[in-house]
Write a protein of this length. Structure first.
Length: 347
């Protein structure tokens, strides 16, 4: 358990030329492939060295200045800090311009152009739901007060760091590794695999690298534990999306979609102009097949008004969605066989 040290600190910010004189180096390392051992080029070959000492400084909080004077340089420092601990972003709003130019009147003048604030991922406490299926989940939150901030000081035009570095829990242990989020480099590896189109099974197999798993010891742990089914499933659902608006102009976007649908052998009927005759109707090859095979008995039309952000036509005209349906031969319900967006609200 970390021991607390509280020392009086003079209000000075000495310049640290090399941030890695104070920022810990990443604990996660890449393991090169062993000669003669076959391994997929996109497999996860990352391990973490655990059990090392936590950073300590002569004062708390530790105050210092880092090179640079821009927000991008401040974010580079934050990136270095988050390589070892996934600090939680708290706030980072810049000072409003009207307060920066204010030269008279009462009130305290702003001291910074911006301030980026981060907290330890173990800050606060977990309030679990007793009825949740995750009620036995071990939370990383234990009320830790560790935090840091990066401020662009106006008077000196420098980046000042205030680091409350004392944690109330042990860092870089196997337990902490299990209950906290994986490092950024591991999470980015998962995102890259998801973006390449791989599913959970393929991604999991890429984490099971024998020569990397054989390195397990009391001080070395493979990062494969951070690749979980829930995380992969979430990324698949949120990242595998196709932007629906292909151009900022809705009519231009629909024209691009029309060309794409034609290339995919869809049926279309369009009049993509800003007029009362606007229409964009489309039908997939599968819907066309269903209509031919099962659509001889009954054809239904469902009109839905105000279904989308549809006020892109002039004179306040709105777009309505019409759905053409036939009777589903399996379940007996309506089966959509075509859609149409039109400028007409008539049913």
């Amino acid at each position: 358990m970390a021991h607390f040290i509280t020392s009086p600190t003079p209000f000075t910010y000495p310049l640290i030329q090399n941030i890695y004189d104070v920022v810990p180096r990443p604990h996660t390392q890449d393991v090169p492939a062993t000669v003669g051992v076959s391994s997929a080029p996109n497999s996860l070959r990352l391990v973490r060295n655990i059990g090392g000492p936590s950073p300590t400084f002569p004062t708390h909080p530790y105050l210092f200045t880092i090179p640079g004077s821009s927000k991008s340089e401040a974010e580079e420092f934050v990136k270095a800090m988050t390589a070892t601990i996934r600090w939680n972003f708290q706030r980072g709003a810049p000072t409003p311009p009207d307060k920066l130019v204010k030269s008279h009147g009462s009130g305290r003048r702003p001291e910074a152009f911006f301030k980026l604030e981060y907290q330890c991922p173990s800050s606060g406490y977990c309030k679990g739901n007793p009825d949740s299926r995750k009620k036995n989940h071990k939370s990383a939150r234990c009320g830790c007060k560790a935090r840091f901030s990066v401020t662009h000081h106006i008077q000196s035009n420098t980046l000042r760091v205030s680091w409350h570095w004392q944690h109330n829990h042990d860092l870089n242990t196997h337990r902490q590794m299990v209950i906290t989020r994986p490092p950024v480099i591991v999470d980015q590896w998962i995102k890259d695999r998801v973006d390449s189109g791989l599913a959970w099974k393929e991604i999991y197999d890429l984490t099971q690298v024998d020569d990397v798993l054989d390195l397990r010891s009391s001080t070395v742990k493979p990062e494969a534990h951070g690749v979980t089914y829930d995380r992969v499933r979430y990324l698949i659902q949120t990242r595998r999306t196709i932007p629906s608006q292909l151009n900022r102009d809705p009519l231009q976007s629909l024209s691009i979609w029309h060309s794409d649908l034609i290339a995919r052998n869809w049926n279309t009927h369009v009049n993509i102009f800003d007029s009362a005759n606007f229409i964009f109707a489309f039908q997939s090859p599968w819907q066309r097949k269903m209509l031919v095979e099962h659509g001889r008995g009954m054809l239904m039309l469902d009109a839905t008004h105000n279904s989308v952000n549809n006020c892109f036509l002039s004179d306040g005209r709105k777009v309505s969605l019409y759905t053409f349906l036939i009777r589903d031969p399996i379940v007996g319900k309506g089966l959509p066989i075509a859609w149409a967006f039109t400028a007409s609200a008539a049913e």
